[in-house]
Design a protein around this ligand. Sequence first.
Ligand code: COA
Ligand code: MG
Length: 364
Amino acid sequence: MKGMSVRYFSHLLQSVQHFGKSPCSLCRHVTSPKPCWASLFAVNNHGFFTKTDHAQDGPFVPRRTLMYVPGHDPRKLGKIPNLGVDCAVLECEDGVALNKKEDARKNIKEALSSLQIDNIDVALRVNSVSSGMMEDDLTAIIGQGLGSTLGVEQLPHTILLPKVDSVEDLIIFTDRLQAVKLGRDYCPYLITYVESAQGLMNMKDVLHHATEYSKDGVYKIDGVVFGSDDFCADIGAERTLDAKELTYARQKIVMVAKAFRIQAIDMVYVDIHDKEGLRVQSEEGARKGYTGKQVIHPGQVAVVEAAFTPSPARVEWATELIQGFDEHQASGKGAFTFRGQMIDMPLLRQAKNVLQIVKNVHPR
Ligand code: COA
Ligand code: MG
């Protein structure tokens, strides 16, 4: 309980008592989902939402490439509309030095109010709850800090919360987010990070709570990121090229994320010059079921995007398999062979996954 106020402790207790029953009176006070950010976003003509979309039902927001753009660097922030990424991350956390946090918040608020950004999921990565700086990030950028308050259409579509080690971290974040909403109908997507042994152990509980808050329209939990370098440091592992030391965590994170039907974003490849190594690791992540990967440099975007986009041959395979399956179903047959393979329900689901990804990504 070190460093936790009485308020948060009682909040935590209350949340545990109410979990799965009725909403907590402290921060889950919204009892019916309000019109959320996704529907407002649609009105602003951004490409991948429709007017009927609601965060709770979930339009799929592609995040094959999730790229960090350090908030202290206005030149890099200005490049966002042309980076060609699915998700641009306005970075406040570890990509920004401690003595540049204030500059980063100011630049990010300016970028949100001035940049014309279409067809990109604009995300804000705040500092972690344990850093003690998360609240200042939210206040400055989403609340009334740094002067004027941004309209809902100018707020980040997604918030990334790093180093979520416990349910308590999530509750504190949720409480602060509620406070800075200032009555606006703002319902961002939320993506949490697993970056420690504790975070991995508690991932399931964190996502359970995030799912409950999502039902109330506080935010919509939409994914989990594997923070592999912090994870390595936390467990005392030595980072190697083929990342075998991360096998268990990498596999478990994707498995738990998919159990909650949310996205899983794979580790960073830190050598920005090694495109071949990046390709191998990206394809490996895609085969494991990850939906996208963190990117740190524009030179990584094309390789990562290609790995997380099904090839034309794979799309043709999926299309023909589904056709064949439908024909066999209509004629009353069950399993059948297609291109020498026995086809049944699991393969049909894989084929549908392939077409689902293609349907959801932006045309370039
Ligand atoms: N976002 C936007 N633009 C970027 C960028 C990024 N993450 N990384 C590089 N660029 C731009 C540069 O500004 C430069 O454009 P310019 O020539 O018009 O100035 C161009 O791409 C080439 O960049 P380059 O000179 O090769 O790299 P750099 O020295 O400017 O930056 C890094 C290298 C690693 C510092 C930079 O890529 C970066 O900041 N990455 C993100 C780091 C981060 O946030 N880490 C935390 C999460 S792991
Ligand atoms: Mg990290």
